[in-house]
Design a protein around this ligand. Structure first.
Ligand code: ADP
Ligand code: LRH
Length: 474
């Protein structure tokens, strides 16, 4: 049969990429056509997405695909959760969208939680209350600038915004919207309770679409400029984590957990329905949507962000180490002597991670790691420990025994981290794919085009990717 060629645009914090997928009916061959920085813009003490620059890079990726003679059937965009842009009544993007690490929300958090206490947010939406969530950001924006209510026609979550800028079609895709803290856990529709308590009009959310909906085609002007034929634009599993889970090669979802390992580490399981119990709340789990009908029960753990910021700070101080050099340094160290709690708020904003790690160890009465290797080992061992305890919590919450753990994402290139995770958890780790979000993005597009029955997704991933198994050392 004819080869199908598709583009996945995956906008991660460590980089954005445009990946070409070629599907022959049983395997997907991926080729990275374009990788670019996705650095938030700092202006006036605030952090924003650089939308024009990213759009330029996405177009460049499409151009590279076309110039190489590929006939592209469709494309889709996935990004991290929670962020959004405002669209005015004329259909224009209003303002630069904020990045969730921006600090404006702090001022309005107490007011929001007075109107809608955290326990109630969880009960209503299934989302773990977190000041980065859309609901917190949106409330803060509308409080800070009440005129916005009149000027804004609707919001678009970031993947939906890029799809809109590429196609002109507005949609609210479910997986990305499921990170917002705005949806009713039972109906999957905007929670009237949440919106009315916070005085936010529900009209701000465009019509919902399921993951895998063809919403339009690339704008004709753009096709003319890029000299390409019509390219379908598909709302995929637009949340990068939903895409990553969609490409996790599970044999059996029942006894398997995932660790999506990138800037964040998302540790969780697929369940049939949201798990909203006092214990899942207490342990800090959230419920998000899968492509298809399932639920992602997971915990957001501050992940390789710790390494990214450490790397940046060291580079600024004159020593530019690659991630593989950092892994090698950590590998020469013995096991960590001191541990951090990755989710401590101390580590959530950009800054001097090595300094903050020292501060954390000092104030918790632990030895302060002195060398670069020791600092890196503290980060990696702490992450592995945190994954291990989260897996135990998952077992407790769901009453299932986790027999296998699929680790996916860029972080699995850190073989030390994979092995430490196997050791700390006492479980077998199956690592792969690395570009899980892009691959999931492609799989959902193929299903939307009618080229793939999604129940075969794991089989296709298995045929396309090399998986590595890590067994726990005693
Ligand atoms: P995101 O999608 O959030 O941008 P990725 O899934 O691309 O993140 O993962 C990025 C992380 O992968 C980096 O922070 C880094 O820790 C890790 N990584 C990337 N390349 C390597 C490498 N060659 N060796 C070890 N780790 C790597
Ligand atoms: C991972 C991720 C995660 C959260 C966070 C904001 O990239 O999407 O699932 O939503 O970013």
């Amino acid at each position: 049969s004819k080869l199908k060629k598709l583009l996945a645009v995956d906008l991660g914090a460590s980089s954005g990429r445009v990946i070409l997928g070629t599907y022959d009916g049983s395997r997907i061959v991926t080729e990275e056509l374009h990788r670019f920085a996705n650095t938030p813009v700092e202006a006036g003490g605030h952090l924003y997405w650089n939308v024009p620059e990213l759009l330029k890079e996405i177009k460049q990726g499409i151009l590279l695909a076309v110039q190489a003679g590929n006939e592209i059937a469709s494309l889709s965009v996935d990004t991290w959760g929670v962020d959004y842009g405002f669209v005015d009544h004329a259909g224009k993007l209003l303002n630069a969208p904020h990045h969730y690490r921006d600090q404006r929300v702090g001022k309005y958090r107490a007011r929001l939680e007075e109107l809608l206490p955290p326990e109630e947010q969880f009960r209503l939406t299934g989302n773990q209350p977190d000041p980065i969530n859309t609901v917190y950001q949106l409330f803060a924006d509308l409080q800070e600038n009440p005129l916005l209510q009149e000027r804004v026609n609707h919001i678009l979550m970031m993947p939906d915004l890029f799809l809109y800028l590429l196609s002109g079609a507005s949609s609210a895709e479910r997986t990305i919207l499921s990170t917002s803290g705005l949806l009713d856990a039972v109906t999957g529709e905007p929670s009237s309770e949440v919106f009315s308590r916070l005085g936010i009009p529900t009209r701000l959310i465009p019509p919902r679409v399921e993951a895998g909906t063809a919403i339009g085609t690339l704008r004709p002007e753009l096709c003319a400029k890029l000299r390409c034929g019509p390219i379908r634009v598909i709302a995929g599993a637009s949340h990068d984590t939903a895409s990553a889970v969609a490409s996790s090669p599970y044999a059996d979802k029942g006894g398997a957990a995932f660790i999506s390992c990138g800037t964040w580490s998302l540790v969780g399981m697929e369940t049939k329905a949201p798990v909203i119990t006092p214990l899942s709340y207490e342990y800090g789990f959230t419920n998000e949507g899968c492509s298809g009908s399932g639920n992602r029960l997971l915990k957001n753990i501050t992940g390789l962000w710790l390494l990214q910021e450490t790397r940046r700070v060291w580079a600024e101080a004159g020593e530019d180490l690659s991630f593989s050099e950092m892994t090698a340094l950590a590998g020469k160290e013995g096991a960590a002597q001191s541990f951090i709690e990755p989710n401590d708020p101390l580590f959530s904003t950009p800054g001097d991670m090595p300094g903050r790690i020292a501060e954390y160890c000092r104030s918790s009465g632990q030895r302060v790691p002195e060398t670069k290797g020791a600092i890196l080992r503290t980060i990696l061992d702490s992450l592995a420990k945190s994954y291990a305890s989260t897996l135990k919590e998952l077992e407790e919450i769901t009453g299932t025994r986790i027999r296998k753990v699929h680790m996916v994402g860029g972080g699995i290139q850190n073989k030390l981290l994979c092995q430490l995770t196997a050791d700390a958890s006492g479980r077998e780790i199956i690592a792969g794919p690395v570009e899980a979000s892009a691959l999931g993005n492609l799989l959902v597009q193929l299903a939307a085009l009618g080229e793939l029955d999604f129940s075969r997704a794991a089989e296709v991933v298995g045929a396309s990717e090399t998986l590595t198994v890590y067994r726990p050392n005693k």
